[in-house]
Design a protein around this ligand. Structure first.
Ligand code: TXA
Ligand code: MG
Length: 348
């Protein structure tokens, strides 16, 4: 693709309005702008302009059948692009919007097929971030935005990560500092009989159950085809993976530490250098050639916040393999952390 000059807009108190106006102008003119949300940085374009949405796919190298999340700043905007909204959706909106929850609903015809990967459903989310909300409002259109990384790489949690992947491929990035949550939104399908989580994320499945009752976890098993249509196309592709191979060790803390130490010995025998992505407790028991200590074991929020940056950091060090500590609880945002690590490891 032809190189573009990527503008960097730094957000500070004094220039907020002016920066948002410049970025919104690019969106309205059909360009691409990466921006911070509370989860990860997104790569945005006008969701109702098919040429603009194509630019997102080209910049990321993303397959055209993988649908995008459409970001809105109000409920009225959700009603403009969706139909047949089920009753339970409104309770979820009250509880989690704005926030890290994406709802799959039926789409209206004004949404171009390229935005939804040709599906008759649409993913919508209202980000809980002043820059993201300001940009959507000022652009006066819903904004399609996948995570702002090259397809398959770890999602970006800083503007520097966005530039590392997409400099020269997008029109602009708004630098709003490090994100708060660090893993993507929870994707909840409301078009099936029972609400189904297609991707665990920032909102725990326990919290969603508290709001709507019965909820299926559709991501443990391969998601069944519905009448020949794959329900969550994104789940088919490699994801979140650095260049360096990732190995995930799951289990109780003691056996995880023991297995990591055995693995390090095996790799060292073969002359391979090992990077560790670990909790403080595990780091007290084992050490590799490069250790990145993320958080205390029970601080799942900190694990989530530091996860993708940690993978990128170790990827940039001189190691042949990254061994990740999966000794955390699979609850709340911990389920999302383990899901991303499993995918990064390609189930190794
Ligand atoms: O936190 C997030 O959700 C971030 C920020 C930028 O908002 N966005 C994000 O987008 O993670 P993306 O495109 O990387 O992930 C979208 C996920 C994919 O797994 C995709 O398959 C699924 O949502 N998805 C989108 N539309 C869908 C639909 N109509 N039906 C089923 N799954 C859908
Ligand atoms: Mg992504």
């Amino acid at each position: 693709m032809e190189a573009t000059k990527t503008q960097i807009f730094r957000i500070d108190h004094a220039n907020f309005g002016k920066t948002i106006r410049m970025a919104a102008r690019i969106i309205r003119e059909g360009g691409t702008v990466a921006f911070p949300t509370e989860t990860v940085y997104g790569l945005g374009a006008d969701a109702l302009n098919p040429d603009a949405v194509l630019k997102i796919l080209r910049a990321k190298g993303r397959p055209a059948d993988n649908p995008l999340i459409v970001h809105v700043s109000s409920r009225e905007q959700i009603c403009k692009i969706t139909e047949d909204i089920p009753e339970c959706a409104f309770g979820l909106m009250d509880a989690f919007m704005p926030g890290p929850l994406t709802l799959i609903l039926k789409r209206k015809a004004i949404v171009p097929g390229v935005t939804t990967g040709g599906l008759d459903t649409i993913a919508v989310r209202m980000p809980d971030h002043r820059v993201a909300l300001g940009l959507i409002r000022e652009s006066d259109t819903p904004i399609a935005a996948p995570s702002a990384n090259l397809s398959g790489r770890p999602s970006p949690t800083t503007a520097a990560h966005v530039m590392a992947d997409l400099a020269g491929r997008i029109d602009a990035v708004i630098d709003g500092g490090q994100v708060r949550i660090g893993v993507e939104s929870t994707v909840l399908d409301l078009t099936s009989d029972i609400p189904t989580v297609l991707r665990p994320g920032g909102v725990g499945i326990e919290e969603i159950r508290g709001c709507v009752g019965r909820v299926l976890a559709g991501y443990h098993e391969p998601i069944p085809d519905v009448g020949g249509v794959v329900r969550s196309p994104g789940m088919r592709y490699t994801h979140y993976a650095p260049e360096t191979a990732v190995v995930l060790i799951e289990g109780d803390p003691e056996s995880v530490a023991a297995r990591i130490s055995r693995l390090i010995a095996e790799y060292h025998k073969k002359g391979r250098r090992v990077g560790l992505l670990v909790t403080e407790e595990t780091a007290e028991q084992v050490s590799g050639d490069e250790d990145l200590v993320l958080c205390r074991r029970d601080d799942l929020e900190a694990y989530a916040r530091n996860l993708f940056g940690g993978l990128r950091y170790l990827d940039g060090r001189d190691v042949d393999v990254i061994v990740a500590d999966g000794s955390i609880k699979s609850e709340g945002v911990g389920a999302a952390v383990l899901n991303r690590l499993r995918r990064a490891a390609g189930d190794r």
